[in-house]
Design a binder for this molecule. Structure first.
Ligand code: CA
Length: 265
């Protein structure tokens, strides 16, 4: 699955940070275009709301419940379109958690900024890493604000650093998901390769060839929903995870995290 996602992401390169850039132990790019999908856990409201879905009043995010249990993480040896850093496939146990159904939008991020006065890394440094059609370039003056002007309030927020993403999630009452939490929310527990099954379908995700080279309002492709109902996990924009990057374990693990920031989906 990760393999599939990575393949997709590489195809998507108009926006996002190639995961391999994160792998070489350099500092995570502070101005990387990315967005956040807040993940809440043990929030009091969750227990009072629907058993499977509720809305976080702080930022308006819809959260879906992912039950406790194991799932298969990573790709099998010999699997087509797979990368070595996504192997071996291994069983992971996760406690129950809640994760954002949609990518966080510009409108939501603006609410966070209005309430806190937060300045993103790109705004402090005076530039952001922006896809120019063939590669990422440092673009003076670019930030989530300029990208909002370009793609609109319902598009996912981009040009936010990992620190920005973490700050947003903390403000919203949650945290970034680990890579394992993200992957389970995307592929469920039956070992499927893509969110919807084992066969790639470019009509279900805003991948490079279908997107027109731009981000789209979140949730426009319901046919691309994950088994838990999460949307745009494949395609649209990449999303920050809380983890540090690292080798996958060879055996089963429980509630893992790793060591270089992971950007996915
Ligand atoms: Ca995505």
């Amino acid at each position: 699955m990760l393999v599939a996602l990575l393949a997709l992401v590489l195809a998507l390169a108009w926006i996002g940070v190639p995961r391999l850039l994160v792998r070489d132990q350099r500092q995570t790019p502070q101005d990387a275009p990315a967005q956040v999908r807040g993940q809440l856990q043990n929030l009091r409201d969750a227990a009072l709301a629907s058993p499977d879905e509720f809305q976080n009043p702080k930022d308006g995010s819809v959260l879906v419940r992912v039950p406790a249990g194991t799932f298969l993480m990573g790709s099998q040896e010999g699997e087509a379109d797979s990368y070595n850093d996504e192997k071996p496939a291994h069983e992971v146990y996760l406690d129950r958690y809640w994760i954002g159904k949609f990518e966080v939008t510009n409108e939501q991020f603006e609410r966070f900024v209005a309430e806190t006065g937060y300045r993103t890394t790109a705004e402090v440094k005076g530039f952001a890493w922006v896809w120019d059609g063939s590669e990422f370039v440092d673009q003076p003056g670019a930030s989530w604000r300029t990208m909002q002007e370009r793609w609109g309030p319902q598009a996912p927020v981009v040009s936010v650093s990992w620190l920005d993403a973490r700050a947003y999630c903390e403000w919203a009452g949650g945290r970034l998901p680990t890579e394992a939490e993200w992957e389970k929310a995307a592929r469920g527990t039956d070992g499927r390769k893509y969110l919807w099954g084992d066969i790639w379908d470019s009509s279900r995700a805003w991948c490079h060839e279908a997107s027109g080279g731009r981000a789209h309002p979140v949730g426009e492709l319901p046919a691309g929903a994950s088994p838990y109902g999460c949307l745009d996990m494949a395609g649209n924009v990449w999303e920050w995870c809380s983890d540090w990057y690292g080798d996958y374990p060879s055996g089963s693990v429980s509630n893992p995290s790793a060591q270089v920031r992971v950007l996915i989906g």
